[in-house]
Design a protein around this ligand. Sequence first.
Ligand code: MN
Ligand code: MN
Length: 317
Amino acid sequence: MPTANPAFGADLEPFHGITTFMRLPASRALEGVDAAIVGVPFDSGASFRSGARFGPRSIREASTMLWGYNRVLDVTPAQALSIVDYGDVSVIPVDIRATMAHITEEVAEILDTGVQVVALGGDHSISLPLLRAHAARFPDLALIHFDAHPDMWDEEFEGQPYSHGTPFRRAVEESLIDPAATVQVGIRGPLSESADIAYPLERGVTVIPIEQALAMGVPGIIERMRGVVGQRPVYVSLDIDAVDPAFAPGTGTPEVGGFSSFQMLQLVRGLRGLNIVGFDLVEVSPPYDHGHITAILAANLAFEFLSLLALRKAGRD
Ligand code: MN
Ligand code: MN
């Protein structure tokens, strides 16, 4: 136990000190930093149940229980990497366009310092401005997208191009991502009409709906994902509703019949060795959570992702 009384630190008890992700230092001094946890507390793009604006805070709270060592991957991310908790980007709850501009600008500044961003949402609308920032640095991105929903609607609401149901449609239209190097995993749930799933397929996106995913098994899904993205720079976007609501009830648009939390952990671990340049974890909505189980899963998934970055830096891909 420390003799002083620090605000952050792995030597603190989980209930002690200021709540940052994994009790990492809160800092915007990015020199020499490898990765920054960046909260994006915005949920005005949600079409059904809001509340994801409280996601970053809840995930940070749950993350204080993460001890540092990843036994499965044999790595301690906070030792192998310099990681800070950047805090949250500026958002304006009633203005999605202004918020998206803030996100792109602020995240681009972080990326310009060579720091990798681990973004915690927020609803899925935040992925578009995050992709804009990443694509400016890494053109023609590949995309791995875990979700119950394709999020490729044209206009989820009449005349409104931006919402959590449209980010990847816009990303394709803006050529931020290459559809041929895009894979969507875990798609399910009733749709308004069959046309709702047509767009990604027409554009050549690889769609692995849940019934195929579970028939392939985790190793088969991993092999397929890796085949689609190869060694291109890849952005990973993880909507927590890819996981079954029995494991992750705290989300805005739950769909039954999804992955278990263990399968989701395995799928993230399966990204080992890929050239991952960006990551977001979205749609954790604490007002619908129970016993923090969704936030605890989200914190662990972010930890697995940090573990992948640590392995890459250590040359243990
Ligand atoms: Mn989504
Ligand atoms: Mn979803």
